[in-house]
Design a protein around this ligand. Sequence first.
Ligand code: FAD
Length: 294
Amino acid sequence: MRSDPAEFQLVAPGTLQGVVSLLAAEPGAWLPIAGGTDVMVQYAAGKLPAHRLVSIWNLPELRRVEVLPGEIHIGAGCTYTDLRNHAIVANEFSLLARAASWTGGIANQNRGTIGGNIVNASPAADSLPALLVYDAELILVSVRGERRVPYRDFHTGYKQTRLAADELIQSICLSRQFAGYVSYTRKAGARNAQAISKVCVAALGTIRPADGVIENVRIAAGSVAPVPIRLVETERLVMGRMVEPSVLALAQKTAAAEIKPIDDIRSTARYRATVAGNLVEEFLLTLGSGKPAI
Ligand SMILES: Cc1cc2nc3c(=O)[nH]c(=O)nc-3n(C[C@H](O)[C@H](O)[C@H](O)COP(=O)(O)OP(=O)(O)OC[C@H]3O[C@@H](n4cnc5c(N)ncnc54)[C@H](O)[C@@H]3O)c2cc1C
């Protein structure tokens, strides 16, 4: 059923302190709204979990990228366009910049934020496999202070997160240690733009020059389980081995077996397992070729 606008309240304190104070005063009563690209869909469907909205759109404390010698802190209020336009994100964290480039259309990229993508907690969210392979950490903030949690522990189940009712994501921390890695990412959807993924994969790796074996590998996938996942079995299997036909075949099979896809409106479990295996094979071929990925 459609929502009645008269039943809703929207406030905009304008500062991070103002927002977290409001959340702390009545935990769970206020729903943060950033770009609103997920919230407004829920509103239109009559499925918003709260009738009081507090705007965090364009808060200066959330909409900046802090560049430190060893890591960058991406404000949770940065939009996909902000990420695409940031030189260090584009150069050092290309998996994230690529995911931003195919998240919805241009209007969506001008409005949708990375914090909203994380908290909305869709298994198909495009930025999340990249956050997994980069070992991202989240800084959560409330009136109680800040806490830093590994992103890999943040999503605890389908649409479930560790965020407390009085907390916001303040920033996403990425370690600047992946400069020499081959990056690979691919989204399989019904079409190139404006499609939710059927399967998406983000991966990083290096080959040891002395003997040509895989010395580092990180592979994550979305839309294949209740939460985005690292393909740890596949990673373990290929580590220390050359990229050769027997390894490719085994990796493809292992990747397809370790995911937990479902049949839904966008695809079938069988299709997803096959495509995930194929994308892992394509990543390993790219890694073995020594050429830069897409
Ligand atoms: C037309 C269209 C196309 C889309 N295409 C894609 C796509 O291709 N890929 C994809 O992954 N997604 C897609 N989306 C979904 C959406 O755009 C993204 O998930 C986006 O990142 C949400 O960000 P937002 O700022 O709009 O979040 P909002 O809608 O403002 O908020 C979403 C949720 O996150 C919470 N929240 C937001 N920021 C914070 C924060 N800093 N701390 C705590 N809680 C917070 C809100 O309370 C809410 O629960 C699409 C949406 C639309 C409408």
